[in-house]
Design a binder for this molecule. Structure first.
Ligand code: 87F
Length: 517
């Protein structure tokens, strides 16, 4: 794979002509390019697949060429490169502050979970056991007990919770950890969406009452919605999972679901109410005010690096990545248009602008002289930077810059004095533009259906259907076998009930059904 990203559209010559149309051509020659790829390289460096034509090939090329991830020697395990990791750090920073404000504290529990602990609450691992990776030996010595590489930390955490919780005064207990987990999946891996190791936060809380726990489940789900909506510019479908699709260890599971451009659904995050399921298995008990021994009510909730894959799939285009501004690794790139006879003052000004912007946005100045500005434009477009600020000799004269939006390619001439408010406004505009496009796209992928034929039809045409469904696992299993579709969730505000599209039972709730990742 090439380490460098791409010219595809901004042919360099053309680019300078374009620029000069606005800026009246300086007579000096542009800085010679030493690393500009030859014409023959072009195809390979840009994206060769289109989002509309071959979605999965497009995505695979995009995330590598935008330098977001790379494949590793271990199948299904990926390398998160600095841009991908920076986006994750931005997500972390926001969510971490939100949960801390709710009294959640961060911890770190071991990566290895003894088999005996994993088996303490068998039901929750049952369906997942083929995906658990085990450590069985050190050097040539067999371990006395196998150790699971954590696929999730309920068991190891709740073993401690049982020791930490004694009285009602120890509750609520609110613990989170940011960590990696391993699930040895056998379905084909999709970077960020389905990898064998991924990063997430897992929140685990214990309460004295069911009401308090249930309140939190919904509050956390609202935070997940807010993260997707306000930061990733991704609309979600919020609701409750079906009996078939809920976490087996939970009383019920709530989720935010997303719809990808290929019509497939992807679960964005989950918030589970565990009831007293685990507290009974692990002995998490407390003495209440009347000195009665009670089992705690628990929740667990998680958001993972999958959110990055969902975001990129939704917003990116045939020129490369499109990062939503709020989590973009770099929000603004300054590209000086360098000519030999005007280089010094121009670079000096570019540095000043960089400093000024740095107080308000994540900015980088691309003053590399071995690349032409046209080449840089393409590279930063591939890397998905929301705003490009160009500064050329003519702009110096006019005390202005040219600002180009990544999402619409719109160009704006902005005086130096207006730079900061304009950048702030544009970043906000881009967020809202991406969100409204994504909302429209999601709506186009959702259709109502009241009959089985309607559901089948919808699933065949890459749609998610809103259907009345009885929520019986046998019915869902039959639908899955028959169509490959499954429930995503049931919206909380059930406006009407109907007759189950599968079995005809009355009083069925409305569920979203679709094909999913
Ligand atoms: C894979 C292997 C073993 C998912 C697994 O959703 C166990 C599991 O328990 C497993 N895959 N799960 C469910 C995870 C539930 C829950 N954990 C905390 C979350 C959010 C964070």
């Amino acid at each position: 794979m090439s380490q460098q990203v791409p010219p595809q559209k901004h042919d360099n010559k053309h680019d300078h002509q374009q620029h000069q149309q606005h800026h009246a051509a300086p007579s000096a020659k542009p800085t010679p390019q030493t690393s500009h790829p030859s014409k023959d390289d072009k195809k390979e460096i840009g994206l060769t697949a289109t989002k509309e034509g071959d979605f999965s090939e497009w995505y695979t090329q995009l995330i590598q060429k935008a330098e977001i991830m790379d494949y590793s020697p271990v199948s299904g395990c990926m390398i998160i490169r600095p841009d991908g990791y920076a986006a994750w750090e931005n997500i972390q920073k926001v969510f971490d502050a939100w949960i801390k404000a709710k009294g959640v504290k961060n911890t770190y529990f071991p990566l290895f979970i003894p088999e005996s602990l994993m088996n303490k609450e068998k039901e929750h691992v049952e369906g997942f056991s083929p995906e658990v990776a085990w450590v069985t030996e050190s050097g040539k010595t067999k371990l006395n007990e196998r150790l699971a590489v954590r696929p999730t930390s309920e068991t190891i955490m709740y073993d401690s919770f049982a020791k930490w919780v004694r009285s009602h005064r120890d509750l609520p207990l609110k613990i989170n950890q940011w960590c990696n987990v391993v699930r040895w999946e056998f379905k084909h891996p999709v970077p960020f969406l389905r990898s064998r190791e991924f990063l997430w936060q897992e929140g685990h809380t214990a309460f004295a009452t069911k009401a308090e726990a249930e309140k939190e489940v919904r509050e956390i789900l609202d935070l997940y919605e807010k993260m997707y909506h306000d930061y990733l510019a991704v609309p979600v479908l919020k609701g409750k999972k079906s009996e078939q699709e809920k976490f087996a260890g939970a009383d019920y599971t709530t989720s935010v679901e997303t719809i990808l451009p290929n019509g497939k659904a992807a679960q964005g995050a989950t918030s589970h109410h565990l009831g007293q399921h685990f507290s009974k298995a692990f002995g998490i008990q407390f003495l209440d005010q009347k000195e009665n021994k009670e089992f705690a009510f628990q929740n667990s909730w998680g958001l993972s690096t999958r959110s990055i894959g969902i975001t990129l799939m939704i917003h990116s285009d045939n020129k490369g990545a499109v990062w939503p501004p709020k989590i973009a690794p770099t929000q603004v790139v300054i590209v000086p248009i360098i000519f030999d006879n005007s280089k010094e003052p121009l670079l000096k000004k570019a540095k000043e602008l960089e400093q000024e912007i740095a107080a308000h946005a994540r900015v980088t100045l691309d003053d590399r002289e071995e690349y032409t500005s046209g080449w840089k434009f393409n590279q930063w477009e591939m890397k998905g930077v929301p705003l490009r600020v160009e500064l050329g000799p003519k702009d110096m004269e006019k005390k202005q810059v040219v600002i180009v939006r990544r999402d619409t390619a719109e160009k704006k001439f902005v005086s130096w004095d207006d730079l900061i408010p304009t950048i702030t406004q544009l970043l906000d505009d881009i967020h809202h533009h991406l969100l409204s496009k994504a909302k429209a796209a999601m709506q186009q992928h959702i259709v109502p259906a009241t009959s089985y034929a309607g559901l089948v039809n919808a699933l065949h045409s890459e749609k998610t259907a809103l259907v009345p469904f009885c929520n019986q696992p046998s019915c869902e299993e039959a639908i899955k076998q028959d169509t490959g579709g499954k429930t995503l969730n049931a919206p909380f505000d059930q406006k009407k009930s109907g007759v189950c599209i599968k079995c005809g039972k009355e009083g069925a709730s409305m569920f979203y059904m679709g094909k999913s990742y």
